[in-house]
Write a protein that binds this ligand. Structure first.
Ligand code: EPZ
Length: 421
């Protein structure tokens, strides 16, 4: 297993280019199963999760060619609508083949995604939405069996959950509805940029979707979808991670190939803390000179502050003297990074779904362990600011969502390398 070794104290400077969005690429890859011909995706990041989705599509029945950041997906006329446990258990996003398979073939067997360290990760909203479209759903021996006699039927569906909207449930139901008979209305739909990107791709395939980006999405079912070419939007979470890296090292970094308007909540919080953020077309420049001020952050569905940047902003607040309160409304247990940050001298206390961050002047490098994708990013960020060396182990978590992060950070001047455990 690999680890990352980072020696803190270097100010980051220069420019870094963001890859395509993992959380847009994954559902769009599943959507290719809806098309009768080849689709070509550009700007696809070479990540473990993308490789897992490639394997899953091959197992189901598609020709998948992935070279550089270009992905060609051609579904076979004969497909096996099964997503096996050994793949779904390593990547929850596999669940978004359910909607396309059901719509295209009238049946699907998808292993129930287990929980993960950030929370229970249920799929009740996915199943509620597909049932509303007329699917029969059964769960047995850990698998979801979905079937439909004839076409799915368009419906008005409320997809709100206790935590607000669901990104992948919206994706699954929207994909299934493209081939349903009649009109589907999804109320309390997720409005994340990745949902918008998926809808844009589906419309290029011949779907009739409007309202994406709002909480009310309307899908007029069509008879069939063809292939399409599409460039994946930039990864706002990777972009945000580099913005925090600039702030935590008192650096001056331009993050290129990003959509600043996808980062409004983070930009607002960084500016509140005293970080300078300058927007341009397709990039942001982040610099920080003096002391920062503590801030309060609440992770909410888009356009609220993204839960996927909660651990990263916590690392910054951990070295910002004063009390910051960080509240998690999406995954109340998403605090695996706290105990590891405290090993580095941070003073963070959990109170229910909030973390009370007692910012300290300085933290020290230490051996720490990654637990989930974004927590590992937070540990690397803390390492950039820590005195001495930080060894982050189990970085396969990091490789799920960040493409060559150590190379990108060292191109900004970080003293960081990948090593064997
Ligand atoms: C997507 O997961 C992202 N993953 C997650 O990013 C992200 O954290 C999450 O959205 C929230 O923004 C991908 O897009 C591949 P949800 P998703 O359904 O769709 C509850 C990362 O680090 N819920 O929006 O699975 C759920 O428990 C990953 O890149 C139900 O109750 O998340 C959570 O509390 C981590 N029932 C809330 O809704 C359901 O059927 C939001 O989850 C579905 C979800």
């Amino acid at each position: 297993m690999d680890k990352i070794v980072v020696k803190g104290g270097k100010k980051l400077s220069g420019t870094v280019r963001v890859s395509g969005a993992k959380n847009s690429a994954l559902p769009i890859m599943a959507a290719c199963l809806l098309g009768s011909e080849k689709s070509v995706l550009e700007g696809v990041p070479n990540l473990r999760d993308v490789q897992t989705m490639c394997r899953l599509l091959r197992v189901i029945g598609a020709r998948v060619i992935f070279e550089n950041d270009r992905l060609e997906i051609t579904p076979f006329s004969k497909m096996k609508p099964v997503a096996p446990y050994h793949l779904v258990s390593t990547m929850r996003a596999s669940v978004c083949v359910l909607g396309p398979l059901l719509a295209r073939l009238g049946s699907a067997q998808v292993s129930l995604p287990g929980g993960c360290v950030i929370g229970a990760r249920p799929i009740d909203l996915h199943l509620k939405g597909l049932q509303a479209l007329g699917a029969q759903i059964q769960i047995s021996h850990g698998d979801v069996y979905a079937g439909t006699k004839g076409k799915l039927q368009g419906k008005e569906i409320y997809l709100g959950g206790a935590f607000g909207s669901s990104v992948l449930a919206t994706a699954n139901v929207m994909m299934a509805a493209t081939l349903a008979h009649g009109v589907t209305l999804i109320e309390n739909a997720a409005s994340e940029p990745e949902v918008v990107d998926l809808a844009d791709f589906l419309n290029k395939m011949g779907a009739k979707i409007e309202g994406h980006g709002s909480h009310l999405i309307k899908i007029q079912g069509v008879r069939k979808l063809h292939g399409a070419n599409h460039t994946i939007i930039p990864d706002r979470i990777e972009a945000g991670t580099f913005m925090v890296a600039a702030a935590i090292t008192k650096g001056d970094v331009t993050v290129q190939n990003c959509e600043p308007e996808h980062l409004n909540a983070l930009i607002d919080k960084l500016q509140q803390a005293g970080v300078s953020v300058k927007r341009s077309k397709g990039s942001v420049r982040v610099s920080r000179k003096g002391r920062l001020k503590p801030i309060d952050v609440t992770a909410l569905p888009y356009p609220g502050f993204p839960t996927d940047l909660q651990a990263q902003i916590m690392a910054l607040m951990a070295v910002t003297p004063g009390i910051s309160v960080i509240t998690e409304k999406i995954y109340p247990d998403r605090f695996m990074h706290v105990s590891e940050l405290n090993r580095m001298g941070c003073r963070i206390f959990l109170e229910g779904s909030s973390a009370i961050v007692n910012g300290v002047q300085k933290i020290s490098g230490a051996p720490v362990m990654a637990s989930d994708l974004r927590a590992s990013a937070a540990l690397v960020l803390a390492g950039l600011a820590g005195e001495g060396e930080t060894h982050v182990s189990r970085i396969y978590h990091l490789d799920r969502g960040y493409e060559r992060i150590e190379e990108k950070l060292s191109s900004l001047g970080a003293d960081i390398r990948r090593a064997k455990e």
